[in-house]
Design a binder for this molecule. Structure first.
Ligand code: PMV
Length: 328
């Protein structure tokens, strides 16, 4: 057993994971497709030993490294306890985790955080898991979307059909270098989101969810072929429809969930205006108000210049496709 450090990216989904068919096994209602984000990463080190208790330290950009407390500690401990049981050990861990993006950006750190933690726990124990097994273990960490941060580049997470979840795993459909696609995260809301995605996944279903699921398989195929063909327009059109489908389901849940705010719509309108001028850029939003603008390098200067004129845009973070979780 050796101290091991893992760096893992966040990921942005073009086809989103929303809703679970099994809560304990984190089995999704639908397959999802994503890209790893180069500019939003978590670096986590892990060491196993015969200590009295676990130590879990977290550091956010510009802040001191502190012992984790509250919900963050509980979530990490749940993962650690599960892996400890799986490995059949009584050893304790020393974890140190660092995010390269500021804490209060409202950018979800769960995918990078949970994929880095899961891989660090196994790798530092010298447990040899295949990539497929690692994605399944990461899926079980609680943040299902984190499993898409394990494989490289552009990734699909199959929903699987088996009741035991053995066929619900993530794999790469194209390497990071395949396409220098940009995800410019346009931060418009630095507050914490009110309804966590975990809570959203189990909100009572509604008639819109059925409509969403009817179309999802064709959106997944369309997205995969757009990525393979490096066709930005094809990808952008399906990505925007897909984001609206997710947020419609959220707004039609009981009680409703509103993630988007006025600034989100302002950014979306700006992107649509840019397209009229031939600047190819598209938008998608996760469980929050911040907008992920999907574009290519050649359009980036004009996209940034237009978005920087919007008052409510507090920060922009540039990402291209990158590799999945790896040992540093
Ligand atoms: O993995 P979770 O439970 O944090 O849920 C992620 C949900 C979305 O970000 C909205 C969609 C996705 O597929 O990433």
């Amino acid at each position: 057993m050796t101290k091991t450090t893992i760096i893992a990216p966040a990921n942005i989904a073009f086809v989103k994971y929303w809703g679970r068919r099994n809560d304990n096994l984190i089995l999704p209602l639908n397959p999802s497709v994503s890209m790893n984000m180069s500019g939003c990463t978590t670096t986590t080190s892990c060491e196993w030993g015969e200590w009295e208790e676990d130590s879990i330290k977290i550091k956010f950009k510009g802040k001191e490294m502190v012992e984790a407390s509250g919900a963050a500690r509980e979530k990490a401990l749940k993962v650690i306890d599960r892996v400890r049981e799986k490995l059949g050990t009584k050893f304790r861990v020393r974890i140190e985790s660092e995010n390269n993006f500021p804490e209060a950006t409202g950018i979800a750190s769960s995918a990078s955080g949970f994929s880095a933690l899961t891989k660090a726990l196994y790798e530092s124990f010298d447990a040899s898991l295949s990539e497929k097994e690692m994605t399944i273990e990461t899926r079980l960490s609680g943040s299902g979307s984190a499993c898409r941060s394990i494989p490289d580049g552009f990734v699909v997470w199959d929903k699987g059909d088996n009741d035991d979840g053995s066929d619900s795993y993530a794999y790469s459909i194209a390497p990071a270098k395949h396409w220098e696609l940009v995800d410019l995260v346009c931060v418009v809301d630095i507050g914490n989101k009110k309804v966590s995605s975990g809570e959203g996944h189990v909100r009572p279903k509604n008639e819109y969810m059925q409509a969403r699921l009817r179309n999802i398989e064709s959106r997944v195929s369309e997205t995969i072929s757009a990525i393979k063909e490096k066709d930005l327009e094809k990808l952008g059109v399906v990505t925007e429809i897909e984001a609206m489908s997710l947020h419609t389901v959220c707004m039609m849940s009981e009680p409703p969930i509103f993630y988007l705010n006025g600034a989100t719509f302002e950014v979306m309108a700006t992107i649509r205006e840019l397209r009229k001028k031939g600047i190819m850029a598209y938008y998608t939003m996760d469980a929050g108000a911040n907008v992920h603008v999907i574009t290519e390098m050649q359009y980036l200067p004009e996209v940034k210049s237009a978005l920087s004129k919007i008052d409510k845009v507090v920060m922009m973070i540039e990402n291209v496709s990158t590799n999945g979780a790896r040992i540093l």
